[in-house]
Design a protein around this ligand. Structure first.
Ligand code: OSB
Ligand code: MG
Length: 375
Protein backbone atom coordinates (compact mmCIF):
# COMPACT_ATOMS: atom_id res chain seq x y z
CA UNK A 1 0.00 0.00 0.00
CA UNK A 2 1.20 3.53 -0.78
CA UNK A 3 0.09 6.72 0.90
CA UNK A 4 1.76 10.06 0.11
CA UNK A 5 1.81 12.89 2.60
CA UNK A 6 3.79 15.49 0.65
CA UNK A 7 4.65 16.54 -2.91
CA UNK A 8 7.21 19.29 -3.49
CA UNK A 9 7.04 20.96 -6.89
CA UNK A 10 10.11 22.71 -8.25
CA UNK A 11 10.74 24.54 -11.50
CA UNK A 12 14.31 24.53 -12.76
CA UNK A 13 15.77 26.11 -15.91
CA UNK A 14 18.14 24.01 -17.97
CA UNK A 15 19.60 25.38 -21.23
CA UNK A 16 19.78 22.90 -24.13
CA UNK A 17 23.24 22.50 -25.71
CA UNK A 18 21.65 23.45 -29.03
CA UNK A 19 18.22 24.89 -29.85
CA UNK A 20 15.60 22.28 -30.77
CA UNK A 21 13.30 23.40 -33.60
CA UNK A 22 10.15 21.55 -34.67
CA UNK A 23 7.40 22.64 -37.05
CA UNK A 24 5.42 24.32 -34.27
CA UNK A 25 8.15 26.09 -32.29
CA UNK A 26 11.68 26.21 -30.94
CA UNK A 27 13.12 25.53 -27.47
CA UNK A 28 16.48 26.89 -26.30
CA UNK A 29 16.07 26.48 -22.57
CA UNK A 30 13.84 23.94 -20.86
CA UNK A 31 11.66 24.98 -17.96
CA UNK A 32 11.44 21.67 -16.14
CA UNK A 33 8.96 20.82 -13.41
CA UNK A 34 10.32 18.28 -10.92
CA UNK A 35 8.30 16.47 -8.26
CA UNK A 36 9.63 15.12 -4.97
CA UNK A 37 7.07 12.75 -3.49
CA UNK A 38 7.23 11.65 0.14
CA UNK A 39 5.19 8.86 1.68
CA UNK A 40 3.87 8.71 5.23
CA UNK A 41 6.97 6.80 6.37
CA UNK A 42 9.37 9.30 4.83
CA UNK A 43 10.35 7.36 1.68
CA UNK A 44 11.14 9.69 -1.22
CA UNK A 45 10.71 9.40 -4.99
CA UNK A 46 11.40 11.92 -7.80
CA UNK A 47 9.55 12.41 -11.05
CA UNK A 48 9.27 14.99 -13.85
CA UNK A 49 6.39 16.70 -15.61
CA UNK A 50 7.16 16.78 -19.34
CA UNK A 51 4.84 19.65 -20.28
CA UNK A 52 6.54 22.19 -22.52
CA UNK A 53 7.04 25.91 -22.25
CA UNK A 54 4.36 26.64 -24.90
CA UNK A 55 1.10 24.80 -25.76
CA UNK A 56 2.44 23.84 -29.22
CA UNK A 57 2.70 20.06 -28.66
CA UNK A 58 -0.40 19.54 -26.54
CA UNK A 59 -2.61 22.05 -24.77
CA UNK A 60 -0.59 21.64 -21.56
CA UNK A 61 2.35 23.80 -20.51
CA UNK A 62 4.49 23.78 -17.39
CA UNK A 63 2.27 26.56 -16.04
CA UNK A 64 -1.04 24.77 -16.63
CA UNK A 65 0.45 21.52 -15.29
CA UNK A 66 1.72 23.28 -12.16
CA UNK A 67 -1.76 24.64 -11.50
CA UNK A 68 -3.42 21.30 -12.30
CA UNK A 69 -1.12 19.39 -9.95
CA UNK A 70 -1.66 21.89 -7.13
CA UNK A 71 -5.40 22.28 -7.53
CA UNK A 72 -6.68 18.95 -8.90
CA UNK A 73 -4.14 16.13 -8.97
CA UNK A 74 -2.28 16.36 -5.66
CA UNK A 75 -5.49 16.70 -3.60
CA UNK A 76 -6.72 13.40 -5.13
CA UNK A 77 -3.64 11.44 -4.06
CA UNK A 78 -2.27 13.09 -0.89
CA UNK A 79 -3.38 11.09 2.14
CA UNK A 80 -5.12 8.52 -0.06
CA UNK A 81 -4.10 4.85 0.29
CA UNK A 82 -3.48 3.10 -3.03
CA UNK A 83 -3.15 -0.68 -3.12
CA UNK A 84 -0.95 -0.51 -6.21
CA UNK A 85 0.44 2.21 -8.51
CA UNK A 86 -1.75 0.85 -11.29
CA UNK A 87 -4.78 2.15 -9.37
CA UNK A 88 -3.72 5.80 -9.44
CA UNK A 89 -4.63 6.72 -13.01
CA UNK A 90 -8.25 5.57 -12.61
CA UNK A 91 -8.60 7.71 -9.47
CA UNK A 92 -7.39 10.76 -11.42
CA UNK A 93 -9.44 9.93 -14.53
CA UNK A 94 -12.70 9.70 -12.58
CA UNK A 95 -13.43 13.42 -12.33
CA UNK A 96 -10.53 15.33 -13.89
CA UNK A 97 -10.64 15.64 -17.67
CA UNK A 98 -7.39 16.13 -19.56
CA UNK A 99 -4.24 17.43 -17.82
CA UNK A 100 -2.58 14.16 -18.78
CA UNK A 101 0.99 15.38 -18.28
CA UNK A 102 0.13 16.76 -14.85
CA UNK A 103 -1.48 13.42 -13.92
CA UNK A 104 1.41 11.44 -15.37
CA UNK A 105 4.00 13.32 -13.32
CA UNK A 106 2.31 12.28 -10.07
CA UNK A 107 1.29 8.81 -11.26
CA UNK A 108 4.81 7.96 -12.44
CA UNK A 109 6.33 9.28 -9.23
CA UNK A 110 4.12 6.77 -7.41
CA UNK A 111 5.43 3.96 -9.66
CA UNK A 112 8.96 5.09 -8.77
CA UNK A 113 8.00 5.09 -5.10
CA UNK A 114 6.47 1.60 -5.42
CA UNK A 115 9.70 0.27 -6.91
CA UNK A 116 11.69 1.86 -4.09
CA UNK A 117 9.40 0.38 -1.42
CA UNK A 118 9.39 -3.06 -3.05
CA UNK A 119 13.19 -2.99 -3.28
CA UNK A 120 13.21 -3.64 -7.03
CA UNK A 121 14.37 -1.64 -10.08
CA UNK A 122 11.50 0.25 -11.75
CA UNK A 123 12.08 -1.66 -15.01
CA UNK A 124 11.58 -4.97 -13.19
CA UNK A 125 8.47 -3.74 -11.38
CA UNK A 126 6.72 -3.02 -14.69
CA UNK A 127 7.83 -6.22 -16.43
CA UNK A 128 10.83 -4.97 -18.39
CA UNK A 129 12.83 -7.68 -20.11
CA UNK A 130 15.80 -5.81 -21.67
CA UNK A 131 19.14 -5.07 -20.05
CA UNK A 132 20.01 -2.56 -22.75
CA UNK A 133 17.81 -0.47 -25.05
CA UNK A 134 18.54 0.71 -28.60
CA UNK A 135 18.90 4.48 -28.83
CA UNK A 136 17.64 6.89 -31.50
CA UNK A 137 18.14 10.62 -31.93
CA UNK A 138 15.61 13.29 -32.88
CA UNK A 139 17.17 16.07 -34.97
CA UNK A 140 15.47 19.45 -35.01
CA UNK A 141 14.81 21.38 -38.23
CA UNK A 142 18.12 22.68 -39.65
CA UNK A 143 18.84 25.71 -41.82
CA UNK A 144 20.00 23.70 -44.83
CA UNK A 145 20.13 20.10 -46.12
CA UNK A 146 23.94 20.26 -45.72
CA UNK A 147 23.65 21.16 -42.04
CA UNK A 148 21.18 18.32 -41.53
CA UNK A 149 23.39 15.81 -43.35
CA UNK A 150 26.31 16.80 -41.10
CA UNK A 151 24.22 16.22 -37.95
CA UNK A 152 22.74 12.96 -39.22
CA UNK A 153 26.15 11.60 -40.31
CA UNK A 154 27.65 12.46 -36.93
CA UNK A 155 24.75 10.71 -35.18
CA UNK A 156 25.18 7.53 -37.22
CA UNK A 157 28.94 7.61 -36.56
CA UNK A 158 28.19 7.85 -32.84
CA UNK A 159 26.14 4.66 -33.07
CA UNK A 160 22.52 5.86 -32.98
CA UNK A 161 20.19 3.17 -34.34
CA UNK A 162 17.57 5.56 -35.69
CA UNK A 163 17.75 9.14 -36.90
CA UNK A 164 14.49 11.06 -36.74
CA UNK A 165 14.34 14.16 -38.93
CA UNK A 166 11.91 16.92 -38.04
CA UNK A 167 10.13 18.22 -41.14
CA UNK A 168 7.71 20.97 -42.15
CA UNK A 169 6.62 22.40 -45.52
CA UNK A 170 9.74 23.85 -47.16
CA UNK A 171 12.04 21.72 -45.00
CA UNK A 172 11.05 18.26 -46.12
CA UNK A 173 11.74 16.28 -49.29
CA UNK A 174 15.09 17.90 -50.22
CA UNK A 175 16.29 17.63 -46.62
CA UNK A 176 15.32 13.99 -46.10
CA UNK A 177 16.55 13.00 -49.57
CA UNK A 178 19.96 14.58 -48.89
CA UNK A 179 20.29 12.52 -45.71
CA UNK A 180 19.18 9.33 -47.47
CA UNK A 181 21.75 9.89 -50.23
CA UNK A 182 24.52 10.47 -47.67
CA UNK A 183 23.43 7.53 -45.49
CA UNK A 184 21.95 4.86 -47.78
CA UNK A 185 21.64 2.21 -45.06
CA UNK A 186 20.73 4.24 -41.98
CA UNK A 187 17.46 3.80 -40.10
CA UNK A 188 15.74 7.08 -40.94
CA UNK A 189 12.32 8.52 -40.20
CA UNK A 190 10.56 11.89 -40.38
CA UNK A 191 8.38 13.65 -37.79
CA UNK A 192 6.11 16.51 -38.93
CA UNK A 193 4.39 17.44 -35.66
CA UNK A 194 1.10 18.15 -37.46
CA UNK A 195 2.54 20.45 -40.14
CA UNK A 196 0.60 18.97 -43.10
CA UNK A 197 -2.95 18.46 -44.30
CA UNK A 198 -4.44 15.87 -46.64
CA UNK A 199 -3.92 18.37 -49.47
CA UNK A 200 -0.19 17.69 -49.02
CA UNK A 201 -0.55 13.95 -49.67
CA UNK A 202 1.56 14.25 -52.85
CA UNK A 203 4.46 15.81 -50.94
CA UNK A 204 4.28 13.11 -48.31
CA UNK A 205 4.07 10.42 -50.99
CA UNK A 206 7.44 11.66 -52.30
CA UNK A 207 8.91 10.45 -49.01
CA UNK A 208 7.77 6.91 -49.95
CA UNK A 209 10.84 6.45 -52.15
CA UNK A 210 13.31 7.26 -49.37
CA UNK A 211 12.92 4.00 -47.42
CA UNK A 212 11.89 5.57 -44.16
CA UNK A 213 11.09 3.41 -41.16
CA UNK A 214 7.98 5.56 -40.65
CA UNK A 215 6.49 9.04 -40.93
CA UNK A 216 5.39 10.40 -37.55
CA UNK A 217 2.24 12.46 -37.01
CA UNK A 218 2.02 14.39 -40.31
CA UNK A 219 -1.56 15.59 -39.72
CA UNK A 220 -3.48 17.33 -36.94
CA UNK A 221 -2.73 16.50 -33.30
CA UNK A 222 -6.22 15.16 -32.63
CA UNK A 223 -6.89 13.53 -35.98
CA UNK A 224 -7.33 9.84 -36.75
CA UNK A 225 -9.74 9.79 -39.70
CA UNK A 226 -7.52 11.78 -42.07
CA UNK A 227 -4.44 9.84 -41.00
CA UNK A 228 -6.35 6.71 -42.05
CA UNK A 229 -7.04 8.24 -45.46
CA UNK A 230 -3.38 9.22 -45.81
CA UNK A 231 -2.09 5.80 -44.74
CA UNK A 232 -4.06 4.26 -47.63
CA UNK A 233 -2.04 6.42 -50.05
CA UNK A 234 1.39 5.61 -48.58
CA UNK A 235 3.57 2.49 -48.41
CA UNK A 236 5.60 3.95 -45.53
CA UNK A 237 4.02 3.19 -42.14
CA UNK A 238 2.54 6.14 -40.30
CA UNK A 239 3.47 6.39 -36.62
CA UNK A 240 1.16 8.35 -34.35
CA UNK A 241 2.42 10.49 -31.48
CA UNK A 242 0.16 13.46 -30.55
CA UNK A 243 -3.05 11.61 -31.58
CA UNK A 244 -2.58 8.73 -29.13
CA UNK A 245 -3.70 10.12 -25.78
CA UNK A 246 -5.23 6.93 -24.35
CA UNK A 247 -5.74 3.19 -24.86
CA UNK A 248 -9.02 4.04 -26.59
CA UNK A 249 -7.23 6.17 -29.18
CA UNK A 250 -4.72 3.36 -29.79
CA UNK A 251 -7.63 1.01 -30.42
CA UNK A 252 -9.22 3.59 -32.73
CA UNK A 253 -5.96 3.85 -34.68
CA UNK A 254 -6.00 0.11 -35.31
CA UNK A 255 -9.73 0.01 -36.10
CA UNK A 256 -9.44 2.85 -38.60
CA UNK A 257 -6.03 1.92 -40.04
CA UNK A 258 -4.79 5.40 -39.10
CA UNK A 259 -1.23 4.19 -38.41
CA UNK A 260 0.90 1.08 -38.01
CA UNK A 261 3.30 2.12 -35.23
CA UNK A 262 2.87 4.04 -31.95
CA UNK A 263 5.31 6.35 -30.22
CA UNK A 264 4.47 5.98 -26.52
CA UNK A 265 5.33 8.95 -24.31
CA UNK A 266 4.13 8.20 -20.80
CA UNK A 267 3.54 11.89 -20.10
CA UNK A 268 1.23 12.22 -23.10
CA UNK A 269 -1.08 9.36 -22.06
CA UNK A 270 -1.34 10.08 -18.33
CA UNK A 271 1.42 7.88 -16.95
CA UNK A 272 2.69 4.32 -16.72
CA UNK A 273 -0.73 2.71 -16.17
CA UNK A 274 -2.07 3.82 -19.57
CA UNK A 275 1.38 3.27 -21.17
CA UNK A 276 1.40 -0.36 -20.04
CA UNK A 277 -2.17 -0.84 -21.30
CA UNK A 278 -1.27 0.60 -24.72
CA UNK A 279 1.91 -1.49 -24.81
CA UNK A 280 0.01 -4.71 -24.08
CA UNK A 281 -2.76 -3.93 -26.56
CA UNK A 282 -0.26 -3.12 -29.32
CA UNK A 283 1.64 -6.32 -28.60
CA UNK A 284 -1.57 -8.35 -29.05
CA UNK A 285 -2.30 -6.49 -32.29
CA UNK A 286 1.19 -6.82 -33.77
CA UNK A 287 1.76 -3.05 -33.63
CA UNK A 288 5.37 -2.15 -32.74
CA UNK A 289 5.91 0.67 -30.23
CA UNK A 290 8.89 2.79 -29.25
CA UNK A 291 9.48 5.32 -26.50
CA UNK A 292 9.27 8.97 -27.49
CA UNK A 293 10.95 11.83 -25.69
CA UNK A 294 10.06 15.33 -24.51
CA UNK A 295 13.60 16.66 -23.96
CA UNK A 296 13.50 15.25 -20.42
CA UNK A 297 16.12 15.77 -17.76
CA UNK A 298 17.77 12.70 -16.30
CA UNK A 299 14.80 12.24 -13.97
CA UNK A 300 12.14 11.86 -16.68
CA UNK A 301 14.64 9.87 -18.73
CA UNK A 302 14.84 7.22 -15.98
CA UNK A 303 11.13 6.49 -16.48
CA UNK A 304 11.47 6.38 -20.28
CA UNK A 305 14.39 3.96 -20.06
CA UNK A 306 12.45 1.65 -17.73
CA UNK A 307 9.42 1.76 -20.06
CA UNK A 308 11.55 1.05 -23.14
CA UNK A 309 12.74 -2.19 -21.54
CA UNK A 310 9.27 -3.76 -22.05
CA UNK A 311 9.07 -6.51 -24.68
CA UNK A 312 7.03 -4.72 -27.38
CA UNK A 313 9.35 -1.69 -27.44
CA UNK A 314 10.99 -3.23 -30.48
CA UNK A 315 12.13 -0.02 -32.19
CA UNK A 316 14.82 2.44 -31.01
CA UNK A 317 13.41 5.22 -28.83
CA UNK A 318 14.04 8.96 -28.66
CA UNK A 319 15.86 8.19 -25.42
CA UNK A 320 19.23 9.81 -26.08
CA UNK A 321 22.06 10.17 -23.55
CA UNK A 322 22.30 13.19 -21.23
CA UNK A 323 25.10 14.77 -23.31
CA UNK A 324 22.83 15.09 -26.35
CA UNK A 325 20.75 17.62 -24.38
CA UNK A 326 22.70 19.12 -21.46
CA UNK A 327 26.15 20.37 -20.46
CA UNK A 328 25.45 18.69 -17.14
CA UNK A 329 22.45 16.58 -16.16
CA UNK A 330 20.81 16.68 -12.71
CA UNK A 331 21.30 12.97 -11.97
CA UNK A 332 24.28 10.75 -11.39
CA UNK A 333 25.38 8.74 -13.09
CA UNK A 334 24.38 10.65 -16.22
CA UNK A 335 22.64 8.65 -18.96
CA UNK A 336 25.21 7.38 -21.44
CA UNK A 337 25.23 5.50 -24.73
CA UNK A 338 27.94 3.03 -25.69
CA UNK A 339 29.51 2.85 -29.16
CA UNK A 340 27.00 0.15 -30.16
CA UNK A 341 24.21 2.72 -29.76
CA UNK A 342 22.65 1.22 -26.66
CA UNK A 343 21.92 2.43 -23.15
CA UNK A 344 21.94 0.25 -20.06
CA UNK A 345 18.73 -0.21 -18.07
CA UNK A 346 19.59 0.27 -14.38
CA UNK A 347 18.98 -3.11 -12.77
CA UNK A 348 21.33 -3.17 -9.81
CA UNK A 349 19.38 -1.04 -7.33
CA UNK A 350 15.79 -0.33 -6.29
CA UNK A 351 13.79 2.53 -7.79
CA UNK A 352 14.57 4.67 -10.83
CA UNK A 353 18.28 3.82 -10.77
CA UNK A 354 19.97 7.23 -10.55
CA UNK A 355 20.87 9.61 -7.73
CA UNK A 356 19.28 13.03 -7.75
CA UNK A 357 21.72 15.97 -7.53
CA UNK A 358 19.64 17.89 -5.01
CA UNK A 359 22.24 20.59 -4.36
CA UNK A 360 22.40 21.41 -8.07
CA UNK A 361 18.61 21.30 -8.36
CA UNK A 362 18.31 23.70 -5.42
CA UNK A 363 20.74 26.06 -7.15
CA UNK A 364 18.71 25.91 -10.38
CA UNK A 365 15.29 26.25 -8.73
CA UNK A 366 13.28 29.35 -9.64
CA UNK A 367 9.94 28.33 -8.09
CA UNK A 368 8.86 25.90 -5.40
CA UNK A 369 5.61 24.76 -3.79
CA UNK A 370 5.08 22.25 -0.99
CA UNK A 371 1.76 20.40 -1.12
CA UNK A 372 0.67 18.44 1.96
CA UNK A 373 -2.15 16.07 2.79
CA UNK A 374 -4.98 17.78 4.68
CA UNK A 375 -4.72 15.54 7.78
O1 OSB B 1 7.32 15.12 -31.50
O2 OSB B 1 8.55 13.68 -30.58
C1 OSB B 1 8.19 14.85 -30.69
C2 OSB B 1 10.32 17.04 -28.39
C3 OSB B 1 9.38 17.93 -27.94
C4 OSB B 1 8.08 17.84 -28.40
C5 OSB B 1 7.74 16.84 -29.33
C6 OSB B 1 8.70 15.94 -29.78
C7 OSB B 1 10.01 16.07 -29.33
C8 OSB B 1 11.10 15.23 -29.79
C9 OSB B 1 12.30 15.14 -28.87
O3 OSB B 1 11.13 14.69 -30.87
C10 OSB B 1 12.78 13.77 -28.62
C11 OSB B 1 13.79 13.75 -27.50
O4 OSB B 1 13.41 13.98 -26.32
O5 OSB B 1 14.96 13.51 -27.79
MG1 MG C 1 6.63 13.39 -32.42
Amino acid sequence: MIRLDQITLREIRLPLREPFRISSGVVTERRICLLELRDVDGAVSWSECVAGEEPNYSSETIDTAWLAIEAYVAPRVLGVAFGAPGDVFAALEHNVRGHLMAKAAVEMGIWGMAAELAGVPLARLIGGVRERIAVGISLGIQASPEALVAKASAAVAEGYHKVKIKIEPGHDIAFVRAVREALPNAGLMADANNAYTLDDARVLAALDDLHLMMIEQPLAHDDLVRHAALQKQLRTPLCLDESITSLDRAQDMVTLGAGRIINIKPGRVGGFGPSLAIHDYCQEQGIPVWCGGMLESGVGRAYNVALASLPNFTMPGDVSPSRRYWEQDIVSPEWTMTADGTMGVPLSRPGIGVDIDIARIDALTVRRAVLRSPT
